[in-house]
Design a protein around this ligand. Structure first.
Ligand code: DAH
Length: 358
C-alpha cells in the first residue's frame, strides 16, 4: 500500500480515530460554544468526517458499501456524544441560574410616571357635569369674536361704560378676544328656536394680571329660555348647583346687581368656605380677619339675571312670548376655593410639584 492510497482498512481506521477523538472532545467541551466548535470540526463542511466521506469515491465499487456503513455508525456515535453533552451543558446552566441571585417578584415595581388631568379641567368637568345632570347641554363659540357678539348684541353699545369694565384685547380687523362667554348665548339663540337650556364653558381674555386675575381664564355661561321661565327657576338651578359643589349646608345670597344684558340682574354670594362665614381669620393675620372674604363672611361667586328683552329682540325671539335666565361663572374662582389655592397663576405655571398634588 503506497502513501495516499485509499484502502478499506485505512478508511476504517481513520473513521475510528475520528470517532474516539470526537467523543472525548465532546465530553470535555466546557460550554455550548466549545461544543459547537467540536461539531463543526467533525461534521461541518470542512470537518474531518466530511473529508473522509468524500474520499470514499476513491474506493473500489465493492468496498464502498462497507465503508459507508462504518462511516454512518461513526456519524451516529458522534451525533449522540454531542447530544448528550449538549443536554448536560443546558442542565448545568439552568442549575447555575436557579442557584444564583433570585428575582423577588413580590418587590414593588419602579413603575412609569403617568400623566393626569389638569386640576382646572377636573373642576371644569365637574361643574359641567352638574349642569348636564340638570338637563342642560353644552354649547360652544369662538374665542376670537367680533364687536357685535361680544358687546352690541348683549346690549353693550359702543359708548357704554360697561366696556371699560372688561379690558379688551383687540385684534386687527376690528376683531377681539372674547372678554366673557356671554357671546355664546347670542350665537346659540340665533341658531336655535326656544325652548333651550345650554351651558357654554371656555376660555376668556382680559388685560388683567395679579394673584387673583389672569389675562386668560375660564367661564361657564348658562342660558335657559322658554315660556314662563322665571327668577324662581334661576334661583332653584343656581342654589342646587352651588350646594352640589360646596355642600348642602352652604349659605347662598342673591344680591341685586347690574349687567346690561339682564334685567333684573343679581350677583350670588356664598358663605365664605375658609372661615365658614364668621369673617375671622388666624389671630394676628390681617388683624384677625379672614383673608379670603376680607372679614365679610361672604364670597361673590357668579353673576346672573333675566335675559334683557333687547337681547331677545336682537336674536329674533319675541320677548312677549319667551323669558329666560342667564348666568356666568368664573371657573378659576371656584377651583381656587375648592382646592384652597390662593394664587391663580399656579394653574398656568406648569410646575409639576403643584400639579401632581391633584
Ligand atoms: N358676562 C359676565 C362677566 O363676564 C358674567 C355674567 C353676568 C354672565 C350675568 C351672565 C349674566 O350670563 O346673566 O362679567
Amino acid at each position: 500500500m503506497t502513501a495516499g492510497t485509499v484502502t478499506l482498512a485505512s478508511i476504517e481506521r481513520e473513521l475510528e480515530d475520528i470517532e474516539r477523538d470526537a467523543v472525548v472532545r465532546a465530553a470535555e467541551a466546557a460550554d455550548a460554544a466549545a461544543l459547537e466548535a467540536v461539531r463543526v470540526g467533525v461534521l461541518g463542511k470542512k470537518g474531518s468526517l466530511t473529508k473522509v466521506l468524500r474520499g470514499l469515491a476513491g474506493l473500489d465499487g465493492g468496498e464502498r458499501p462497507q465503508a459507508g456503513q462504518v462511516a454512518n455508525r461513526v456519524k451516529k456515535a458522534v451525533d449522540e456524544a454531542l447530544a448528550v453533552r449538549r443536554e448536560a451543558i443546558g442542565t448545568a446552566r439552568l442549575a447555575a441560574r436557579l442557584g444564583g441571585p433570585q428575582v423577588d417578584v413580590t418587590l414593588p415595581a419602579s413603575g412609569q410616571p403617568t400623566g393626569h388631568v389638569h386640576p382646572l379641567s377636573v373642576v371644569m368637568d365637574e361643574l359641567c357635569g352638574i349642569f348636564l345632570s340638570l338637563g342642560f347641554s353644552i354649547a360652544e363659540g369662538p374665542e376670537v369674536e367680533d364687536d357685535f357678539h361680544n358687546f352690541e348684541a348683549l346690549n353693550i353699545p359702543a359708548d357704554h361704560p360697561a366696556r371699560d369694565m372688561q379690558d379688551t384685547f383687540f385684534i386687527e380687523g376690528g376683531r377681539l378676544l372674547r372678554t366673557h362667554t356671554s357671546p355664546v348665548q347670542v350665537r346659540t339663540m340665533k341658531g336655535t328656536e326656544p325652548p333651550l337650556m345650554i351651558v357654554a364653558p371656555g376660555a376668556v381674555y382680559r388685560h388683567d394680571d395679579d394673584v387673583t386675575h389672569s389675562p386668560m381664564f375660564h367661564q361657564i355661561e348658562g342660558l335657559m329660555v322658554g315660556r314662563g321661565v322665571t327668577f324662581r327657576n334661576l334661583k332653584a338651578v343656581l342654589t342646587e348647583f352651588l350646594a352640589r359643589i360646596f355642600g348642602p349646608d352652604l349659605a347662598v345670597k342673591f344680591r341685586p346687581s347690574y349687567f346690561p344684558f339682564t334685567e333684573p340682574s343679581a350677583e350670588v354670594d356664598i358663605g365664605c368656605v375658609m372661615c365658614r362665614g364668621t369673617g375671622s381669620g388666624d389671630a394676628g393675620a390681617d388683624a384677625g380677619r379672614c383673608k379670603v372674604c376680607k372679614g365679610t363672611g361672604w364670597l361673590e361667586i357668579l353673576g346672573c339675571g333675566m335675559v334683557h328683552p333687547k337681547v331677545f329682540a336682537d336674536v329674533g325671539y319675541d320677548p312677549e312670548v319667551y323669558t329666560g335666565f342667564a348666568f356666568g361663572i368664573g371657573v378659576e374662582r371656584i377651583a381656587m376655593l375648592k382646592l384652597r389655592i390662593d394664587d391663580i397663576r399656579l394653574f398656568y405655571g406648569h410646575d409639576m410639584r403643584f400639579l401632581a398634588q391633584f
